[in-house]
Ligand binder design. Structure first.
Ligand code: C2E
Ligand code: CA
Ligand code: CA
Length: 755
């Protein structure tokens, strides 16, 4: 059946198929052409052929030059298996399935209509393989008569199957490539947009630091946003030290294979910025030259973060008022200095500087004046201190100076520190100015010299502090060196502190009570005054321990005990029916307690514990506690008042400073200080001040109580003024609870017997 002409025709047709494959034609065109080729070569009129491809174990696609749609409709969708159809069977077995007479074969029972409709009387099905030799389809050749292939037919068919395989593999590859290209384009597009909106900058440099590529939308972060730096080296584009930092990082990156991170500061188009660069090796960047190495750097502007960090550090280690190092920083440095002295076997020094009488200015003129004076002080002291030394503010009006330049001998350091101390004192020679006034400040300085025999920071600071106190005692404006004899004072203080702590747990603090009486002599309440019932020293006055307790933060615990004892007294008086209407207990509050945030809640919870009302208590706060932060003070007073506590201003008149605000304070009572009562009889001005205070209170509808009334004369003068009650030795001294109870019962008995 094969003629020479048909062989050339075949070759031409095969050529055509290969051309189609090479030019990326679609699969239908190619496979239809293959079928055409088969039909042509095997006999145009009595042969029909088809190619069926399988997917997911089913016949899925079909191609043919001659067979019509109903043929495919019957086959597409059939399972791949041994007994479904010749095509399925060829794919399933991977071998030829030759059926000589289709009318007689059981495999084709269901397809008899196709056989007769299209004259498909014999069927040769040959598997088609993919690259991995897996059967993926079949080439099916039908004759219009029963027929068997000879060996040359089989050879030809196998060649055709090979050709189909080439077509399949090529189109699959082409498809994959197209898909990959699409994917790459998509990712590329994404990346382009991504990098254009990225706040970071990206650079690709080669192993010699030559810029190859850059991306990122934030051109303002470049040194020259309008000039190209491509093909230039980092040395040509960056300042010298940064270029070498980057070059080092590149070296390290190549050596260790680990990504690198560097930080630097750089002047760019929008000013000086902090940058963080993360660098990693970019592999396979240049496929044409695999040996060449590249670095990808992502550079981020971290100026905001850095500034926040610097600010946080400043807040943590610097005093916001004066910008000087704070306690924390100076303690760190002192620790290092002590280590240095130990190492070197040398001597170092610390100066403790405290302004004289500053508290008085602060209390009477207010904090804003005080703050200005502290700033000026810092400003004047700073130039005296060498840059290697540290001037710090400890808080309040206390400054500290570390001489970090150590000396080999005591004499040398003493000489050096003496010069500095003199300069520090003379810094106060000229008056300072704040508001419209000028102030002549001075200071007291204490100096501690130390070598490696001193144990720790606390020792050194305590010694300097003790020396400073000695300067203060010697009239101020002085400097003194720590004298070992002073150590005993320090030890004493430590002992008191320890004593107070144990006294609190052992309940040695007891409340004494001093009666308050009306102008007609009726008892209206008592003031609770604390005493320390010391097991060895006896009953101690609050003047002896309260300031130490306050200094060590122990006063609040003591006050709580006083408050609890006041509650207990009240319960006892009530049980014995010894209280009158409006009876109240005055309790003193310390500055620290008054400033504490949850004071009202805490006091209420104590009162509740004894099932009493807050209105039984009059809280005494001193005038000086109020001038500090007026808004906050008013707020605190409002809270206490809201809970029902009464409020009284103690020692009134000694500070003057709160007169302006008096009308805004929600108070019930003013307590005229004893010093005015003392002067009342003897001095005209004393009397005038009392009258002024009284008329002020009268106008503001605030009650007045006088304290420290010792004589009948004082009492009778006060009776003629707008004073509602008095307290003083003339009536009774402060006394323990039991004494007070008998004092009240005795008075009641006397007045009963008089009635
Ligand atoms: P203060 O609150 O001004 O108390 C009045 C002081 O004057 C009391 O001294 C009292 O004993 C004394 N005094 C009363 N009448 C007379 C008198 O006629 N003549 C003389 N010469 N003195 C009189 P005390 O009890 O020694 O208390 C001293 C200061 O200690 C109190 O002054 C108060 O500031 C403080 N204090 C006492 N107890 C407490 C407390 O529980 N908490 C707080 N924060 N401070 C307290
Ligand atoms: Ca008081
Ligand atoms: Ca007082």
């Amino acid at each position: 059946m094969k003629t020479i002409s048909s062989v050339t025709e075949f070759l031409d047709a095969q050529q055509e198929v290969l051309r189609l494959i090479a030019t990326d034609s679609d699969l239908t065109t190619i496979l239809s052409k293959v079928c055409e080729l088969i039909d042509l070569f095997l006999g145009k009129n009595n042969v029909k052929s088809s190619i069926l491809l399988a997917e997911n174990n089913k016949l899925a696609k079909g191609f043919s030059a001659t067979l019509p749609q109903p043929y495919f409709d019957a086959l597409i969708g059939l399972d791949i298996g041994p007994t479904v159809s010749p095509c399925s069977s060829a794919i399933h077995s991977g071998t030829h399935v030759i059926i000589k007479d289709t009318t007689k074969d059981p495999l084709l029972v269901n397809f008899q209509h196709l056989i007769t409709d299209y004259s498909l009387y014999s069927c040769w099905a040959t598997p088609v393989f993919d690259n991995s030799e897996c059967a993926v389809g079949s080439l099916n050749i039908y004759f219009d008569e029963p027929k068997m292939p000879d060996s040359s037919d089989i050879q030809l068919i196998d060649k055709l199957s090979e050709l189909i395989k080439v077509a399949l593999v090529r189109t699959k590859e082409a498809q994959d490539l197209k898909q990959t290209l699409k994917e790459i384009t998509r990712v590329n597009q994404q990346l382009k947009v991504f990098t254009s909106v990225l706040p970071d900058l990206g650079f690709i440099t080669d192993e010699h630091g030559v810029f190859v590529e850059s991306f990122g939308g934030n051109k303002e972060l470049l040194i020259y946003p309008n000039r190209s730096f491509h093909h230039k080296t980092i040395q040509e584009t960056l300042p010298k030290e940064i270029a070498s930092l980057v070059a080092d990082a590149i070296d390290k990156l190549f050596q260790s294979g680990e990504s690198q991170q560097i930080e630097y500061e750089l002047d760019v188009a929008i000013g000086r910025r902090f940058f963080e660069a993360r660098m990693a090796e970019l592999t396979q960047y240049n496929p044409d030259d695999q040996a060449k190495r590249y670095v990808l750097s992502i550079v981020r502007d971290i100026t905001d973060k850095k500034q926040a960090q610097i600010e946080a550090e400043r807040l943590a280690f610097y005093d916001p008022l004066t910008d000087l190092p704070n306690r924390r920083l100076v303690t760190n440095r002192l620790k290092k200095l002590l280590e240095k002295v130990k190492r070197e076997k040398s001597y170092g020094a610390v100066l403790f500087l405290d302004l004289d009488n500053f508290k008085r200015i602060n209390d009477s003129l207010g904090h804003s004046i005080g703050d200005k004076l502290l700033q000026q002080t810092a400003h004047r002291l700073k130039p005296i201190i060498r840059s290697t030394d540290t001037l710090a503010r400890l808080g309040g009006d206390e400054f500290i100076i570390l001489i970090e330049n150590t000396e080999a001998t005591v004499d040398a350091i003493t000489e050096e520190v003496t010069v500095i101390a003199k300069k520090l004192l003379s810094a106060f020679k000229d008056p300072m100015h704040a508001g419209h006034s000028s102030f002549q400040l001075c200071c007291s300085i204490g100096i501690a010299i130390f070598n490696d025999t001193y144990a720790g920071i606390d020792d050194v600071l305590k010694q300097a502090d003790a020396a400073m106190y000695r300067s203060k005692k010697q009239s101020g404006n002085e400097f003194s060196f720590f004298d070992p004899n002073l150590q005993s004072i320090i030890d004493q203080q430590i002992e008191i502190e320890r004593d107070i702590i144990s006294a609190i747990t052992e309940q040695q603090f007891i409340a004494y009570f001093q009666p308050q009486v009306s102008m007609s002599g009726d008892l209206i309440g008592v003031e609770a005054l604390v005493r320390w019932a010391h097991p060895v020293k006896g009953i101690l006055s609050p003047y002896l321990f309260l300031s130490v307790a306050e200094q060590f933060g122990l006063i609040q615990k003591i006050e709580h005990q006083v408050f609890e004892q006041s509650c207990q007294l009240l319960l006892e008086l009530m049980a014995k029916e010894l209280t009158t209407t409006n009876f109240s207990i005055a309790v003193n509050l310390s500055a620290g307690e008054f400033k504490s945030a949850n004071l009202a809640t805490r006091l209420v919870s104590i009162v509740n514990k004894y099932q009493l009302l807050p209105s039984f208590f009059k809280l005494e706060i001193t005038e000086s506690m109020l001038v500090d932060k007026v808004e906050q003070s008013i707020n605190q007073m409002e809270q206490l008042k809201e809970q029902g506590f009464k409020l009284s201003i103690d020692d009134f008149g000694t500070g003057y400073s709160s007169l302006n605000y008096l009308h805004t304070f929600p108070i019930n009572e003013l307590k005229i200080d004893k010093s005015f009562i003392d002067k009342m009889v003897t001095s005209k001005s004393g009397n005038a001040i009392i009258n002024a205070i009284i008329s002020l209170a009268f106008n503001l509808d605030i009650k007045v109580i006088a304290e420290g009334v010792e004589t009948e004369e004082q009492f009778s003068i006060l009776k003629q003024k707008y004073v509602s009650s008095v307290q003083g030795y003339y009536f009774a001294k402060p006394m323990p609870k039991e004494d007070l109870i008998s004092w009240i019962s005795d008075r009641n008995r006397i007045s009963d017997s008089l009635a």
